[in-house]
Design a binder for this molecule. Structure first.
Ligand SMILES: Nc1ncnc2c1ncn2[C@@H]1O[C@H](COP(=O)(O)OP(=O)(O)O)[C@@H](O)[C@H]1O
Ligand SMILES: [Mg+2]
Length: 372
């Protein structure tokens, strides 16, 4: 992390909410990967999807926003976080990977985009950068996943598309063909489909957006459970220990031989006694993963506390380094701005939720070792 001039981060002033903050100079800012990200590089790269090449040098900061359930605010959070980061002086690419319901661009009031990620992934008509359209926020570009054929992008991601997309994301972090993006935000679709979980695996920071409602909490756990198994499989692939990890996953998924052990962490601890090498590698990949939790549409302290409980469960039950990053209050500014076809941070910069989004962006920077 290089701070040549802390004034470049002057927009961290909590008074300057999303709408009023201005861009800082491109040279004076945090560089990714930060030392913390570098220290987690091995754990992160072992968890990457199986056909994704581990980048040798710098990588843009990749943040994925998922959470298993539709309508919990993934796109609202992705769009406004992307805008916050752009306002802090980062160059940001926001990729809409909700293959069946691409609408991230609508949060910026955009219609009729020239290209979409399907043109890059399915039709090979253009480079990934050509799918990015400017938004009303300086330094922030957005790409839709598809326009008409809802299945094609998801289909491509289950074959060669994932590695193609990953190479594309890495290329966005290089300056050879234009803008060098610092941050890539991936807005995921609902559910725990394989490509959704794999995209979450690419992130340095995966963010789970949840509502304080039983259905959302339940879907978040299902999402984390699928993520756990997928990360273990990916680790086995990268370490060439597929059959060993298949056994681990089968044991974890079943209820075999664990006595009173209830959590996955306890089960892994028991398995460690007989297979320290493989289980130790798996556990370090899980612990090297930061899973952020954002509780959205909160109306009370009890709602906020659910986020804290999910953080504990993520650590104790699953073995992730989970972190409650913050909460966003229920605020009519969210849906009003959408109806106005303007970004919340631009339309209602003084709303309480705009302050919470600013706090969330700082919390995210801290979680990847980029705090001041
Ligand atoms: N904090 C909030 N307060 C009020 N409404 C919200 C809030 N967050 C999201 N919404 C509304 O919830 C709806 C779904 O949000 P969206 O981001 O599209 O969900 P997802 O991408 O998870 O499917 C939108 O109408 C949005 O305006
Ligand atoms: Mg969405």
């Amino acid at each position: 992390m290089v701070y040549q001039n802390q004034r470049a981060l002057g927009t961290l002033d909590p008074q300057s909410y999303g709408g009023v903050a201005t861009s800082s100079s491109a040279q004076n800012k945090i560089h990714f990967p930060t030392p913390l990200m570098q220290s987690r590089h091995r754990a992160w790269s072992l968890g990457l999807p199986q056909n994704c090449i581990v980048p040798e040098t710098s990588s843009p900061l990749v943040i994925a926003v998922g959470g298993g359930k539709g309508g919990v605010g993934k796109s609202m959070i992705s769009a406004n976080l992307a805008a916050r980061f752009a306002r802090l002086g980062f160059r940001v690419a926001a990729l809409d990977m909700d293959c069946g319901g691409s609408n991230l661009h609508t949060y910026f009031g955009l219609t009729g985009l020239n290209h979409c990620l399907g043109d890059f992934l399915v039709h090979s008509k253009c480079a990934i950068r050509d799918t990015l359209s400017p938004t009303p926020i300086e330094g922030l570009h957005v790409a839709a996943s598809q326009r008409d054929d809802a299945w094609s992008v998801a289909d491509s991601l289950s074959s060669t598309g994932m590695s193609q997309l990953w190479s594309g994301i890495q290329s966005l972090g290089r300056a050879d063909h234009g803008t060098k993006y610092d941050v890539v935000i991936i807005d995921l679709g609902a559910g725990s489909a394989r490509h959704t979980i794999d995209l979450f695996c690419t992130a340095h920071l995966g963010v789970i957006a949840a509502l304080p409602e039983p259905t959302s909490v339940e879907n978040s756990y299902l999402f984390l459970r699928t993520l756990l198994f997928r990360l273990i499989e990916n680790t086995g692939f990268h370490l060439n220990m597929q059959s060993e990890v298949s056994r681990i996953v089968a044991n974890l998924a079943g209820d075999a031989h664990f006595g009173a052990a209830k959590s996955y962490t306890e089960k892994l601890r028991l398995m460690y006694q007989t297979d320290p090498h493989v289980v130790g590698s798996v556990a370090s990949v899980l612990a090297g993963r930061t899973i952020g939790i954002v509780m959205n549409q909160t109306r009370s302290q009890a709602d906020i506390d659910i986020g804290k409980a999910m953080e504990m469960a993520g650590q104790r039950y699953f073995g992730f380094t989970s972190q409650f990053l913050g909460y966003l209050n229920y605020d009519e500014a969210a849906w009003k701005s959408l109806r106005n076809k303007r970004l919340l941070l631009v339309d209602f910069p003084q709303a309480l939720i705009a302050k919470r989004i600013a706090e969330l962006s700082h919390s995210i920077l801290r979680s990847v070792g980029a705090s001041i």
